[in-house]
Ligand binder design. Sequence first.
Ligand code: SOE
Length: 377
Amino acid sequence: MTDEPLAIGVLGYRFMGKAHANAMARLPMFFPDAPAVERHTLVGRDEEALAAAADRFGFAHTETDWADAIEAVDVFYNLGPNHVHVEPSVAALEAGVPVLCEKPLAPTLEGAERMREAAANADVPAGCAFNYRFVPAIRHARNLIADGAIGEVRHVRGRYLQDWLVDPDAPWAWRMDADLAGSGALGDLGAHSIDLAGFLVGDAVGGIDRVSGHLETFVEERPVLDEDGAVEEYRDVTVDDAFSAQVAYESGAMGTFEASRFATGHKNDHTIEVHGSAGSLRFSLEQLNELEVLREGDRGYETVLVTDESDPYVDRWWPPGHVLGWEHTFVHENYEFLSAVAEGREFSPSFEEGYRVQRTLDAIERSDERGEWVSVA
Ligand code: SOE
């Protein structure tokens, strides 16, 4: 490991750009053992907006061509919209530059296959940024399951509900276009739940073997607004607004997943439940410092506050009982990823894991088209 800070290049300066830049800024204070990083180059197309974001997020340089940025940095973060995940990530890996790419790994299975292959041929970490794996309560749940606290896993239930499209006049955005996003609620939200379920119970139940999927688009076109908020035109929505799926794991365990952008009143409601032969676990992102645990013989769930210094990551922050928030998941993720880069070891979730989630997303779409159960392989 060199003493020079790792120069980080980041493509994307909106929501995810801000979340990861904040994480990098927090590392030296709360994770002093993390490798030193320099927020080096921020990449985007709109020079004015890019310069303003670089200034605010603490980046020394800006670049409108991602290929030039990759040449200038030690590590590349791909936080752009889904349709720019494949080419820059593959190029970076081919140049020997480690990559952290936002989820879903790619808009299509073919794209994800290319990224997986580039990662397999590269000698550096390639991570897919499923940030909810880094919630302390989720780590605690995973440890409980691994220790046998709920026995043999039979059921997994993942649900990710948002409501930002309930209004039929809500404006069109890239997330509603199949060419740019791949899929809608399925890839944007379902990918999180499917990955999280795999993280929690994958060692116990294996991979997903078969799926039955149902996708729905409730509003078929949406207004494109100009700078003053006036309607310029109407554009087709070519992705799902919501999906549901039943899945069969290799062990015989059953899973159900659903996600929606039309769940009135739910802003960012991600829940996951696991039932085993000797107990159950329940987690909600809206109470992210808590885990609900039910053990054999209990008549109801006990709420466990996951805020003790013995809980995963908690000792890095505040005294016991001082709660953490959504942004901390990105700090933990950046810590793990950058440590893997500095130590030259693999990072999980990897591109391989992102690819496996993509295979399930693809199978759910195929099942919906064919109106029958399909195998994931
Ligand atoms: C969509 O609204 C979104 O921002 C997702 O893209 C994120 O992955 C999720 O964490 C929150 O919701």
